[in-house]
Design a protein around this ligand. Sequence first.
Ligand SMILES: [Mg+2]
Length: 400
Amino acid sequence: MSTPIRITDMKCAVIGDYPVVRITTNVGIDGYGQVESWKPFLKPHVLFYKDYLIGADPTDVERVMMRIKRMGSYKPWGSAVSAIEIALWDIAGKAAGVPVYKLLGGKVRDKVRVYNGAIRFPLRDQSPEAYAEDVLKMAESPEGFSIIKQGISFHSRMMYDVPDYFYGEIQTVGRHPNRGLMTPTGFKHTLKCIEAMKLALGDRIGLALDCGPGLVKSDALRLAKATEDYHLMWLEDMITGDYTPYTLAHIYRDITTQTTTPIHTGEQMYLRQNFVELIETQAVNVIGPDPLDVGGLAELKWIAEYADLHGIMMAPHGTGDGLIGLAALVHVSATLPGNFIAFEYPKATQPWWYEIIDGLPNPIVKNSYIDVWDAPGLGVTFNVPAAKKYLNAEDAGFFD
Ligand SMILES: [Mg+2]
């Protein structure tokens, strides 16, 4: 009989901008998970869970998660739990000698579609012309994106740079702190920028718009109705969204039921239970949980299946998820039902990340798709000698 596998240690190092989780076992197998680049402050939060993990069988992923997932919440406080869950799947896959997608039910597609939310260029100003030029540059990216997402309105600099954009007092501190009723000038400016982008891209490339959080219900509905003829992919996070610690599904429902423009939310949400109202009341058309915030891969898979039963589409968030997060997104997206549209492709914040991670295809994206790979676990791992150069002094023992 083989030795029972047990967790012996869990470490966290901030590599570049990303907290990276490494779980080790008594049988020499380890697993990695990652937290978004915008959250280097989470390292102590990741390590908080260490004592709950030691001694557990990492291949009983759900059972281990029962120990820790009650102590997480909406973004950013679901990230640590999510990164740990992904590291457990990495170990479980390596222990079984199969890719993670096999353990999540098996793949239903050989390649997964990605959309652009990470390849960004500085906007020269907030004019419609600048927005049109910007999406055309994204369209020329070698990844050949078939869907491009652009930030507008409260998910852009419009409230700072377009005079008299909304009726509220401008906030400059915090993550997406502004909200309020748009002025007629602000609303019409937003619409002109959308028109310019849509004219530039035509129907060749789908256009999705990240809009908030921060719109009021009447503006959100007005915007959705005004853009119906543009056949947008979706309007994202108009009411609540990134870093909003609640959802307000009933407000989304009031908008969604009155327009043909697809309405999208969910990137900051944690655990399947928080999606029940959104899904069961048909409050949105598309949901975008991030595997690195929602509680991990099994959590996202469960939500996708339940959404599919209710006619709701899936477009997982992922722009800040780094290369281990990218691997996690590829595996889970390969297993999602036919409501999967595409996931948001993460680009590493430092170019050297592509030299310290082995196992990714080269090029990673071809014609807006990534071929699903078959190596055990997540199928990507650190080139340890190369990666060690980028460890901070306090993390010197991370790979030991
Ligand atoms: Mg978003």
